[in-house]
Ligand binder design. Structure first.
Ligand SMILES: C[S@@+](CC[C@H](N)C(=O)[O-])C[C@H]1O[C@@H](n2cnc3c(N)ncnc32)[C@H](O)[C@@H]1O
Length: 201
């Protein structure tokens, strides 16, 4: 692996615990759309661990996407498609019609609240009937959060007043307006959560 590719220590730390959740949620075979793939560390790791799943990474930032494409090529994985340019706020997502799962790791708090609305709206449109939306990140729960997450929230808001940790129930409520029902809240290391949503019938 080239040493000059962008590297996320957080992705390296959280990839194993997230994989454990994916193994329990994803079907044996299928397609997963990843939103905000960043460096591509997650998609490479998950694709290697779950070779019967086809993975479609996406990322709006051109330079991140180009570096991710190199990482994927170097990993020689035949179950990862070329990363696509996708900002969730685009009215039409340039992806396939339906996926068995849509995965989004650590984007919701590092984007305006309107991006969460757009993510949930687009996910509802692109999930298959039995599909699952899987969100990973830190959240407030009834206004409460661990001190480390409160500090993180303050630092995010300093960088951009529109960023910050979201309230779990707000995300759940907006998801429900798009017919996405929260199925699971999985407690993860370092005060993060994995949320699993399914399409309501
Ligand atoms: C903290 S990084 C997380 C990257 C990767 N998922 C990870 O966990 O390593 C936040 C990512 O969200 C992406 N992002 C921010 N706003 C977005 C939007 N409106 N649509 C799609 N991705 C967005 C950024 O480009 C960046 O890759």
């Amino acid at each position: 692996m080239r040493r000059d590719l962008p590297f996320s220590p957080a992705a390296e730390r959280n990839k194993d615990p997230i994989l454990t959740v994916l193994e329990s949620v994803l079907p044996a075979e299928g397609t997963v759309l990843e939103i905000a793939s960043g460096t591509g560390q997650h998609v490479c790791f998950f694709a290697q661990a779950l070779p019967s799943i086809q993975w479609q990474p996406t990322e709006p930032d051109d330079s991140s996407r180009e570096a991710m494409a190199i990482r994927i090529r170097e990993a020689r994985l035949d179950n990862v498609y070329e990363p696509l340019a996708l900002d969730v706020s685009q009215p039409r997502w340039p992806v396939a019609d339906h996926y068995d799962a849509i995965l989004c790791i650590n984007m919701i708090h590092i984007s305006p609240w309107s991006a969460t609305h757009a993510l949930l709206r687009g996910a509802a449109r692109h999930l298959s009937a039995a599909g699952r939306l899987i969100l990973y990140g830190p959240y407030f729960e009834n206004g409460e959060a661990a001190q480390s997450n409160r500090d993180f929230d303050a630092s995010l808001k300093q960088r951009n007043p529109e960023w910050g940790l979201r309230e779990l129930e707000d995300v759940t409520r907006v998801a429900a307006t798009h017919s996405l029902q929260r199925q699971q809240v999985v407690r993860m290391p370092a005060n993060n959560l994995t949320l699993v949503f399914s399409r309501s019938i």
